[in-house]
Design a protein around this ligand. Sequence first.
Ligand code: SF4
Length: 248
Amino acid sequence: MADLLDFNHREKPPSFADTVNGRIDAALVAENATRPQRDYLGSSRLGDICARRLQYEYLRVPRDPDGAFSGQSLRIFALGHVLEDLAIDWLRKAGFDLRTRNRQGEQFGFSVAGGRVQGHADGVILAGPDGFAGPALWECKSANAKNWREIAKHGVARAKPVYAAQIALYQAYLGLTEVPAVFTAVNKDTCEIWHERVPFDAALAQGTSDKAVNILRACDAGETLPRHTVDPEHFECRFCAWKVRCWE
Ligand code: SF4
């Protein structure tokens, strides 16, 4: 029996797709590892529900082994940048004078608390068709179909409080409070687009700024901020990059 053929127990070789995808993911992850880590609180994140998570981010606490950015996550980020560039082009073609750089050629942004809190805005609209008069903050996000529909149904403030906090803070620190911001959302699945005006919410800006101060104070004092929930199976925790560190 020893000389009978047996092809049934051979290891299945990786498919062409697995091989190529694996190489791409490895290259993206390696490239990402060369990028300097942020050493400030990013204003785009300050609306996050969990102050402890923001503290981990600011202190550059290592992510859990399975919490590192995957190749797929990095592709999703990259796609967001491409869609933002497209949205800029579409708005300009529609007649909006949308600037993404200031006179010095730098991205519109701000830095406060000795550089420990920073933010970089997607753009500023100076003028537009149908009597649109700026300057107005412009913020653009891409979303999957489900999230995009939520935004289009309820508006950004209700559907995505994290984005609303970011908008309010940018308006405050960039001095763009007089004219409502313009928010663009691109549906990644269908390429539908959503636009809305977002009036300045002073209370939200103040609350978000206070939150940043509290996080910095806790970091300086060596305090760990409370979790946002007592349930480790909370949706936000299940997908948190520090879940093991936080709960175990
Ligand atoms: S696991 Fe949950 S409570 Fe802990 S940092 Fe992450 S989101 Fe916050």
